[in-house]
Design a protein around this ligand. Structure first.
Ligand SMILES: [Zn+2]
Ligand SMILES: [Zn+2]
Length: 158
């Protein structure tokens, strides 16, 4: 994990957090759940070690949402404005999905893959050369070796 620090927070400013290092991998997820939860055409989620995220102001509330897979989806949100900060899919205590758009410098990140594009809005073009998947993808094939190594270190013994 690099030592780069990125700050982020909710819409109203009551909850602020810090991210240490860049995500291991970034999804633009075009599934219907992400569309409904964000109100946008897709969610941008950065997969990062849970201990890379620190709350620096306020307290995030955790809301559990149902998923098709039956695995829980716990979303950390601001209790005042409701903006989502990060998610925990499947209660893996070592992994978080940080909402890239909650970061102050969101434009410094771009998706590595576009997933669940079977429900992508038909009028929305994707960048030339984007890695696009109708549903999910093969992590071993798509993640860089360095990120796979980080993932196995973070998940070791869990
Ligand atoms: Zn807020
Ligand atoms: Zn999704």
């Amino acid at each position: 994990m690099s030592d780069e620090i990125f700050e982020g927070g909710c819409f109203c400013g009551a909850v602020r957090f810090r991210m240490r290092g860049r995500p291991m991998f970034i999804h633009a997820c075009h599934c219907r759940d992400c569309q409904r939860q964000t109100g946008g055409p897709f969610a941008i989620n950065g997969l990062i070690e849970a201990d890379a995220l620190t709350v620096t102001r306020g307290t995030a509330e955790v809301r559990s949402l149902p998923t098709d897979s039956g695995r829980p989806h716990d979303v950390a949100v601001c209790g005042q404005c409701g903006a989502a900060l990060h998610s925990d899919y499947g209660r893996r205590d070592w992994l978080r999905f940080v909402r890239i758009m909650a970061l102050d410098e969101a434009a410094r990140f771009q998706p590595d893959v576009h997933i669940f594009t079977r429900t992508k809005l038909p009028w929305l073009p994707l960048p030339e050369g984007a890695r696009v998947f109708q549903a999910y993808y093969d992590m071993m094939a798509e993640w860089p070796a360095e990120s796979l190594a980080r993932r196995s270190r973070a998940s070791a013994g869990r």
